[in-house]
Design a protein around this ligand. Structure first.
Ligand SMILES: Nc1ncnc2c1ncn2[C@@H]1O[C@H](COP(=O)(O)OP(=O)(O)O)[C@@H](O)[C@H]1O
Ligand SMILES: [Mg+2]
Length: 398
């Protein structure tokens, strides 16, 4: 089972490349489902077939689904939301306002991803191709399970215990709505779902991200940032697809300059992302809509390669032993030292790159050690952990 995520700036051709990949994989015999988390219904436009939120077969070995984010939000969030609304009402917020406040922006998109897990668990498909919303949203979306995890693991167990003991007292003293077991169950279900999604999407044997770009300066700059953040959260990029390259045979002088510019940018992409493989697709002479043209596009992008293969093995995080120390090495491409903040708190490592933050719960081996130094070696941040000289070895540990 494989999961391929396609992301990139709006308009670069994500949906088209994702659909083309799905068509190609299906014709190679893989039972393939292509799904879009982008609220714009472009997947249906790309196939030129109406789609719904149920996976529907559109060709041999090929299924497609346009995820209905609102519907997923309802089924995952309703119980919790009802509680939040009644709580807000109790504090004096009016009903309509409370309803509005209870919807966290971006939450609908994250629930779309729970469909990825549902389909992965079903065992019906060999390949899931996910056409993600444009970059910024995707990133927020991908980092959410981890952020959510962090809160839920810390806040909920405490809260739950507290509520169990004081609820009888509280209900006697106040009309304040108190979360009941149904709400806790809903939160726990949600947590399990999101955690499951994250585990799937960061699983190295299963999931790869493919970045789609055009040979244009701003698009490439954004793709580099995306790459950094994906690495920060442990997602693996196995290819960059450069789409809309003006073909050699175009000789119209009007495009001469464009061709030079594109050639230069293509070179930049190769230099910047190496050793990640670069795939290319020319600018076709028409919109690439419908299964036949998508098949042509797929052939162009992958040539003789298997579209479902892991095209590059990235290793965003690894730990190695060095004498008596351990080195935690994180791949953080295109990161300037000034943008990075690292600190340790109890059993966690706090990392920030630009506006993105990650709380990394340290593996057991590192938890009992101290951070000694952090430095960049190439595009990897290496953090050395060792036992504090003053701290005696704990009983039982060697
Ligand atoms: N290489 C290409 N040659 C010609 N048309 C393309 C190419 N790639 C994409 N298109 C067209 O560009 C439009 C936008 O592509 P789309 O895949 O929807 O972009 P995105 O999903 O990144 O917003 C579509 O009409 C698509 O058919
Ligand atoms: Mg799209």
């Amino acid at each position: 089972m494989r999961i391929l995520l396609f992301t990139g700036k709006g308009g670069v051709g994500k949906t088209t490349v994702a659909a083309a990949t799905a068509v190609r994989a299906a014709s190679a015999g893989h039972r393939t489902l292509v799904m879009s988390t982008d609220p714009a219904h472009s997947l249906a436009d790309s196939f030129d077939i109406p789609l719904t939120s149920q996976a529907q077969q559109i060709s041999i070995n090929l299924w497609a689904e346009q995820i209905d984010a609102q519907e997923r939000l309802e089924s995952n969030w309703r119980d919790i939301q009802d509680f939040v609304v009644s709580f807000l009402n109790w504090t004096g917020v009016d009903a309509v306002e409370a309803e509005e406040l209870s919807v966290i922006p971006g939450l609908d998109e994250i629930f779309s991803l729970t469909d990825v897990k549902r389909h992965a668990d079903s065992g019906r498909f060999d390949l899931l191709v996910v056409d993600c919303a444009p970059t910024a949203e995707t990133l927020r979306l991908l980092s959410l399970p981890e952020a959510m995890n962090w809160y839920i693991e810390r806040i909920f167990p405490v809260e739950r215990r507290l509520v169990k003991t004081i609820r009888p007292l509280l209900t006697r003293l106040t009309s304040m709505p108190i979360a009941d077991d149904r709400i806790f169950a809903a939160v726990e279900r949600l947590h399990r779902n999101l955690d499951g999604v994250r585990q799937l999407l960061t699983n190295e044997r299963m999931s790869s991200v493919r970045l789609v770009v055009n040979p244009e300066k701003m698009v490439i700059a954004e793709a580099k940032r995306t790459y950094t953040y994906l690495s920060l959260f442990g997602y693996r990029v196995d290819a960059v697809v450069v789409n809309r390259i003006i073909p050699e045979e175009v000789e119209d002088p009007y495009f001469g300059k464009w061709k030079d510019i594109q050639r230069e940018h293509l070179e930049t992409v190769r230099d910047s992302f190496q050793p990640v493989p670069i795939l290319t697709a020319r600018l076709f002479d028409r919109e690439m809509v419908g299964i036949d043209l998508l098949a042509e596009m797929g052939a162009e992008v992958y040539g003789d390669q298997d579209a479902t293969a892991i095209l590059h093995r990235d290793e965003p995080m690894r730990i190695r032993k060095q004498g008596t120390s351990y080195v935690l090495s994180l791949r953080l491409p295109f990161t300037e030292k000034g943008e990075l903040e690292v600190f340790r708190k109890a059993d966690e490592l706090f990392l920030r790159v630009g506006s993105y933050k990650r709380n990394l719960v340290l593996p057991h081996t590192l938890q009992r050690l101290e951070v000694k130094e952090a430095s960049f070696v190439g595009d990897r941040l290496e953090i050395r952990f060792a036992r504090d000289a003053g701290t005696p070895a704990r009983a039982g540990s060697r």
